[in-house]
Structures are given as structure tokens and as C-alpha cells.
Design a protein around this ligand. Structure first.
Ligand SMILES: [Zn+2]
Ligand SMILES: [Zn+2]
Length: 230
């Protein structure tokens, strides 16, 4: 007997088949067909810059991206796997809220595929605030990458206000509104590899924008951001 990690439904027939061939992945992350059907995968038609699902041609910019361009002269280079809908939120709550890291590997096959295109790049996970890190005990972005067997470097940190003050005396002053800082444990030498930012969700684009700003201050350009959901 095996239970869906999201809704708890069991399916003994699936076990009989999977038991034999896929015992390991079964134990880690089995989701029932019903829960899987709630994910909306983003296919060919999406906003050309932020990856949001559209029903138009790829070349079109969505309203969010038009605003970014107009207000900050910024364009994201984001790719997402699924739409940020109820089905995805449920998965995310299971991971972040419940702390059930079994579900962290759910998107591993798709991420591993993308990784093959960006093997040369340095993958940088978006850090969690220290408060979230403390309550949850893990940073979901690093857990998801580790599960997908994608190497990463934590170039960015999300310090507390006190840590931030201390860092500011040593580092270039960043905008007060930006929660991220360069990781002081990483000696900054000239980084030539392209950078891929990784986060669980792209909502307004602000997180990716702010992370990019910090890296830019270190003469590092982000070529791509990958998020599970948009
Ligand atoms: Zn289920
Ligand atoms: Zn867009």
C-alpha cells in the first residue's frame, strides 16, 4: 500500500507495478493521478521573457513584463515549468509548510533536463530569510536542486537586519529595500561562468530582479532564471 504524499489517497494497484521497478522513487514522492492532474504544465506558448503561460505566440510580452520594461528598464529571462495554481500551491505547502521533503524531488526529471542545457553555468539558489530557515529547518531551493542532482553555489544570502548592518560597513552599500547580499563566505574572484538563478516561484519578478541587482554589483550577469512555477 502506498499513499499519495499530497492527499493521502492510496492505490494498491500502482504499488504492484511500481513496487518492482521503481521502489525507491515510490517511497520518495508518489503523487496520485488526481493530484498530478492539477499541475498545469507550461508548454510552447508563454511570455517570451518571464515564461508565464499565455495563449498567444511566444514573442508577446505579458502585462507584467511591459511594466518592468517601462518602469525599470528590466527584462527577466525566466523559464518556468508550471503555472502557479492551486495544484502547485498544494505541493508547495506540503514542502514548505509541512516540511515534507519527500515531495522535493517531484520536479527533478524536468529540472535535470534543463540542467543539461546549462551545465556550464553556476546555478545560484535564491536564499530563504533566516526566519524562514529557522522555522522550516531547510531552504527549499537548495533541497530541490540537491534532489535533482544539480550542483549549485550559494553566492547570495538573505541576512537578518543586524547582519545586514554589519555587512554594509564592509561591502558596497546596496539599496535598503533589497533583502539579498553577496555571501561574505565566498571569496569573490572573477566569475566567468554564466549564472542561472533558481527559485520555487516567480510571482511579481521582484525577487529575481533584486537577486540580479546584487550580482550585477559584482559584475556578474544572470543569463537565465528558472523557477518551478510562474
Ligand atoms: Zn493525491
Ligand atoms: Zn512576462
Amino acid at each position: 500500500m502506498i499513499n499519495c504524499a499530497l492527499c493521502g489517497a492510496s492505490d494498491s494497484q500502482v504499488v504492484q507495478l511500481r513496487d518492482i521497478f521503481l521502489w525507491r522513487s515510490c517511497q520518495q514522492q508518489w503523487l496520485c493521478a488526481e493530484c498530478e492532474s492539477h499541475f498545469q504544465w507550461i508548454g510552447e506558448t508563454h511570455c517570451s521573457t518571464c515564461g508565464r503561460l499565455t495563449h498567444q505566440l511566444k514573442e508577446t510580452l505579458c502585462a507584467d513584463c511591459c511594466r518592468w520594461l517601462e518602469n525599470r528598464q528590466w527584462q527577466p529571462h525566466n523559464y518556468s515549468l508550471v503555472t502557479y495554481n492551486e495544484g502547485f500551491k498544494r505541493w508547495l505547502i506540503q514542502l514548505k509548510g509541512v516540511g515534507d521533503i519527500r515531495v522535493a524531488s517531484y520536479f527533478s526529471p524536468q529540472l535535470q533536463k534543463i540542467y543539461q542545457q546549462y551545465r556550464e553555468a553556476i546555478w545560484v539558489p535564491i536564499p530563504s530569510s533566516s526566519h524562514n530557515l529557522q522555522t522550516r529547518g531547510f531552504n527549499q531551493t537548495t533541497v530541490i536542486l540537491a534532489e535533482a542532482k544539480i550542483p549549485y553555489q550559494e553566492l547570495l544570502i538573505y541576512p537578518t537586519e543586524t547582519q545586514k548592518q554589519a555587512l554594509r560597513t564592509r561591502q558596497e552599500r546596496l539599496s535598503r529595500a533589497n533583502p539579498f547580499e553577496w555571501n561574505p563566505n565566498i571569496v569573490h574572484q572573477h566569475i566567468e561562468e554564466p549564472i542561472v538563478l533558481f527559485d520555487d516561484v516567480y510571482t511579481t519578478g521582484m525577487t529575481i530582479y533584486q537577486a540580479e541587482q546584487v550580482l550585477k554589483q559584482h559584475q556578474i550577469n544572470v543569463v537565465q532564471s528558472i523557477t518551478l512555477a510562474r
